[in-house]
Design a protein around this ligand. Sequence first.
Ligand SMILES: [Zn+2]
Length: 265
Amino acid sequence: MGGGTVSEALDQARGFVMAPVRGIRATGDPASPIPLSRRAVIRAMAAGGAALVAGCAGRAPGSESAAAPLTPPLDPAATAQPDLVDLARFDPRLRFDIRYARKDNFMGRVLYPLARAVAQRPVAEALSRVQTRAEAEGFGLLVFDAYRPWRITRAMWEQTPPGKREFVADPRTGSRHNRGASVDLTLHRGGVEVPMPSPYDDFTPAAYRSNTAAPPQALRLSRLLESWMVAEGFVPLANEWWHYDWAEWRRYPIMDVPLEDVTAG
Ligand SMILES: [Zn+2]
């Protein structure tokens, strides 16, 4: 693992740069390095020790030996102004199960200081339309994760054994979650999570969309959700039935604003 000692990681963490984005309450000059709060660093460091790690999009094969960068990558193609919204406020019909705000996630540690899901406004609008489609069939959406600060992606990478890094997003390219353009979700019926081909963040072939060995009902529900998401402008990820990218994800920059500092509308 290329993470070095905890003190080295702390020094690296202090070099993080907050990306200048609209709708974000900056704690300083958005173009200057800002100190990562000790609390946030401890949370990030506490995420270590995962035996099996996986991630959502942005993988870079053959990069196991490279050190993680200190600052988020700048994507010249990302020209849109970020406009993050709080999904719970945007559409109160949506339900949430923010696993990274608890310990029962694949890292086995709390990664988010609060259970919150935010996303770019067009993503939220599309999700709302999917919710309407789901309700018409007696279902609702249950969101696991949306915007993920880049420092969390980096912590996942740092604390993942090199042999497992094919499953995590490379911080040098970032995750589409870092852009506020991806959503991890499932369906519920009357508040009860429906069966799907695998548990959330189960990084085995059982989670692949090509998996046909799952119970027929689970496959049917996964494909039902997929049909609604695709109809509203999302692109499914092939090896994670729960992950969807907004079709225009590339327009949004990779961001590193902590969830607790996002002043989403
Ligand atoms: Zn995802």
